[in-house]
Design a protein around this ligand. Structure first.
Ligand code: B16
Length: 213
């Protein structure tokens, strides 16, 4: 049986997709670059700088590293402003109940997110203090599908990777979990991905699943 569940954040406990979209769209419009929701879907689970590279694919000119850093910072300023609107009611159904039930069973809970804004988001959602470990964009040098963010989470928990189960909604997250040697549970879009060890349609299904595995 796994000793811990590592939750991806965006798309698993909350959706910040639209907020990312609005911020990237503002940057793309400012630069005269075409950007739509379909392109935005490719940014899920991807780091900020890697996301910018995807946004710039439609540009007809090259950007210097300095320009790219300025654009990424401008996007993050807009995004951070919008995070102020988040509140506990934005948490997905049964997120709080699932975390509480897992903890009651002695299962540790952690976050494994590519976002450098993870702690701000958790604070806005009122769940900053419930996790045994938080691994995020600030403690990694490689973004998913690299396993680093989940391996760091298991290290912070003091557990072996094989003792951990990851829940992620992005293909890159499932790949990262498998590369880390962890059990991968897909939710949302990832339920269509054959690399998942298990799939769930509601977070609370994790509670029974953790007893079986
Ligand atoms: P930031 P996750 C990811 O979060 C988002 O899905 C992705 O769209 C974003 O670019 C990335 O975090 C970095 O976010 O700009 O806040 O550092 O799915 O790994 O929880």
């Amino acid at each position: 049986m796994s000793k811990a569940v590592i939750f991806d954040l965006d798309g698993v406990l909350i959706s910040t997709d639209k907020l990312h979209y609005k911020a990237w769209k503002a940057i793309a419009d400012q630069e005269g670059i075409y950007f739509d929701e379909e392109i935005n879907n490719r940014l899920r689970g991807v780091s900020r700088m890697a996301s910018l590279e995807i946004v710039l694919e439609r540009s007809d000119r090259e950007y210097s590293q300095e320009e790219k850093e300025k654009l990424a910072e401008a996007k993050n300023d807009i995004y951070k402003e919008s995070l102020k609107e988040l509140s506990p009611k934005d948490l997905f159904d049964h997120a709080v109940e699932t975390i509480a039930a897992l903890k009651e069973k002695g299962i540790k809970v952690a976050i494994g997110s590519s976002s450098k804004n993870t702690r701000t988001i958790l604070r806005q959602l009122g769940i900053e203090d419930v996790f045994d470990a938080i691994s995020d964009g600030n403690n990694i040098t490689h973004s998913k599908p690299h396993p680093e963010v989940f391996l760091k989470a298991s290290e912070f928990l003091g557990l072996e990777p094989e003792d951990c189960t990851v829940v992620d909604d992005a293909y890159a997250g499932i790949d990262a979990a498998k590369a880390a040697g962890m059990t991968a549970v897909g939710i949302g879009d990832a339920t269509n991905y054959e690399k998942c060890d298990h799939t769930i349609s509601d977070l609370y299904e994790l509670v029974d699943l953790m007893e079986e595995n």
